[in-house]
Design a protein around this ligand. Structure first.
Ligand code: DGL
Length: 264
């Protein structure tokens, strides 16, 4: 069997990781993908490290059993808490996503950067280690985005409640003069229009989606796993363990995607 023809597996605690899938889909048009949305267990950010590892193992095995050649952990919370465990226990290559504080630290002029992420990400050792490597002159204002993932999962992206929460989380960062805002959760790129209205045009909003897609391409190529067959219709299957209507809406601009509700 030619493993390079097998799909890329992608998982997240919910539908947010589709922000990463979109980048991969655009950068790697020959690749088949399988996306797993563990929406039933979202948010991961409120769970313990052990619980996040357990769920990440379940998701990984689901994707390996469907023949995935590489797995993208399209969730900052699962990456920062579980990727070491996954890499130590499975042979398939893993790509993770971490908050882009390094690019933000290179961009800032005020030397104050903000990060909006889940409690699980901000409290993780991996995040602590990455923050410790940033230039000491730079202040990082951390904010837990409590409630945001749930609202997105429930389709309330443009709700009044969302605006109230975002304003509460972001206004204090503006008072502290951030000029760069890191979105440390793959759900949050869906909030960029609302965030932009609150922070204004001068704050740079940074997420890691494109970097993850480029790293995926790089690792596939390094492991001789890139699918070099030119294809006009790839297979892109989305499995979700909750109602699929919000996911359908998010993917409505893409043709050739299959969305299946399944119990796992
Ligand atoms: N998309 C996940 C992340 O990037 C959300 C985590 C959660 O479910 O709390 O962190």
């Amino acid at each position: 069997m030619d493993i390079s023809k097998q799909p890329i597996g992608i998982f997240d605690s919910g539908i947010g990781g589709t922000s990463i899938w979109k980048e991969i889909f655009e950068l790697l048009p020959n690749e088949d993908t399988i996306y797993l949305s563990d929406s039933k267990n979202a948010p991961y950010g409120e769970k313990s490290k052990d619980q996040i590892i357990e769920l990440s193992v379940k998701n990984t095995e689901f994707l390996i059993n469907r023949g995935c050649k590489l797995i993208v952990v399209a969730c900052n919370t699962a990456t920062t808490n579980a990727i070491d465990y996954l890499r130590n226990n499975y042979t398939v290559p893993f790509i993770g996503i971490e908050p882009a504080i390094k690019p933000a630290s290179l961009h800032t002029k005020t030397n104050v950067i903000g990060i909006l992420a889940t409690k699980g990400t901000l409290n993780s050792n991996l995040f602590e280690e990455s923050s410790a490597r940033i230039n000491k002159q730079i202040t990082i204002i951390e904010q837990i985005g409590e409630g945001l993932v749930n609202l997105i999962e429930n389709g309330a992206i443009n709700s009044e409640e969302m605006t109230v929460l975002l304003t509460k989380y972001l206004k204090p960062m503006l008072t502290k003069k951030i000029d760069s805002l890191v979105l440390g959760c793959t759900h949050y790129p869906y909030l960029i229009p609302q965030i932009r209205k609150i922070v204004g045009k001068d704050v740079k909003i940074i997420d890691s989606g494109n970097a993850v897609a480029r790293q995926t391409k790089h690792i596939l190529s390094e492991y001789y796993l890139l699918n070099t067959n030119i294809k006009f219709d790839t297979s892109n299957i989305f499995y979700i363990n909750k109602d699929k209507s919000v996911l359908e809406k998010i993917l409505s601009n893409f043709t050739g995607v299959t969305i299946e509700e399944i119990d796992f």
